[in-house]
Write a protein that binds this ligand. Structure first.
Ligand code: SAH
Length: 346
């Protein structure tokens, strides 16, 4: 028995064809799974009895188990999902003015070992399967439906949960194919899907060639010395190489790369840093998200003062950058950037 959520529409078509069935049925099946949120083939009433039986013999359509749900004062919701093998991941549902954004996990744990990130402390456990990434989105849409909220209001996906998405590249690409497939039930516009990376250079280039989703890069420092101290990946792919790769990244004419820059008190928040950041990013079509460090128990870093934060922003605005201070949501329930730990560490 195979998990149907592991299959792209293309792959379902191929399977159907092998069985001597018209491949376009894949589109019907995908709508049952993702729009009508059906879990059993019996209910797919526009398919023949024979096909339903055949599907049932080969596939199943599972949900993740919600072990715990937490709601923040700002109404951000964090879901602790238990996977089939008993491991855990977290997804964060972030309400916007009219739409929701879901922050999706790509791995159980993370191997990047960024010094400031809580997820890193539990180490790396394993990659998520395609189905486990897809199910986070599907199950949250189902959750919205149950609350009588239009599930299509969940329109934005960010791969900014636990893990390094580009380190799980093959599964990520397949999941992205399903997420953005215009003939599949999901139908997320690639403009509304963002993959965030700590800077796996060869995979960044590949992502630009393979997809048209948005790229976000967690930059966090303006010198190799500081970046290597904060993010070990910088030893392998230093700033010059990373930024050159961003400069030549394949994207649509009006698109920009998002650079995430966590502001940490006394670490990377000086005027010199802001000036260097402006210089580094000047050749790149970029927008900058400044994220004041989200503190957690035992975190080594602190959030700078409001004045330091706004001065830093002003340097960038004065030089005509698109820059904002991104106030993380859900920090009271450890749902904010870099605070996801699932049950990796207690
Ligand atoms: N591994 C990918 C996806 C995770 S995104 C990546 O690094 O981009 C998580 C984001 O949260 C990253 O931009 C990271 O720099 C940021 N982050 C991690 N810990 C944080 C913290 N304590 N406060 C604020 N941002 C944090």
């Amino acid at each position: 028995m195979k998990n149907l959520l592991d299959f792209t529409r293309q792959e379902i078509s191929v399977w159907l064809e092998e069985q001597g069935i018209q491949p376009f049925r894949a589109g019907q099946i995908s709508k049952w799974i993702h729009i009508r949120q059906v879990n059993v083939f019996e209910e797919m009433t526009d398919l023949s009895k024979e096909l339903r039986k055949k599907l049932e013999e080969h596939f199943y359509i599972p949900r993740l188990t919600v072990e715990k749900k937490m709601v923040s004062a700002d109404t951000t919701e964090k879901f602790l999902f238990r996977l089939d093998d008993g491991l855990h991941i977290e997804s964060v549902l972030i309400p916007g003015k009219a739409h929701f954004t879901l922050c999706v996990s790509s791995q159980v744990g993370c191997a990047q070992n960024c010094r400031f990130c809580l997820t890193a402390r539990g180490g790396f456990v394993r990659n998520l399967t395609v189905a486990e990434m897809i199910a986070q989105i599907r199950d949250i849409r189902f959750y919205l439906m149950q609350k009588s909220i239009d599930p299509l209001k969940l329109s934005n996906i960010v791969f900014m949960g636990m893990g390094e998405p580009l380190a799980n590249y093959q599964n990520l690409i397949k999941a992205l194919e399903t997420i953005t497939d215009s003939d599949y039930g999901f139908k997320f516009s690639p403009r509304h899907v963002t993959v965030s990376t700590s800077g796996l250079v060869p995979k960044i280039t590949q992502l630009g060639l393979d997809t048209s989703v948005n790229l976000a890069v967690s930059l966090n420092a303006t010198t190799d010395e500081m970046r290597s101290e904060l993010m070990p990946i910088n030893d392998k792919y230093p700033l010059k190489q990373l930024l050159e790769t961003c400069r030549t990244f394949t994207m649509k004419p009006r698109n920009k790369i998002t650079f995430e820059y966590i502001l940490m008190k006394g670490v990377n928040d000086s005027k010199e840093d802001a000036l260097r950041l402006a210089k580094l990013l000047s050749p790149i079509k970029s927008k900058i998200n400044l994220i004041p460090f989200n503190e957690y128990e035992e975190s080594n870093f602190k959030q700078p003062s409001q004045k330091t934060i706004s001065d830093f922003l002003q340097v960038l605005l004065d030089r005509n950058f698109t820059a904002i201070i991104r106030k993380s949501k859900g920090d009271d329930i450890l749902a904010a950037c870099g605070q996801l730990k699932a049950k990796l560490i207690s």
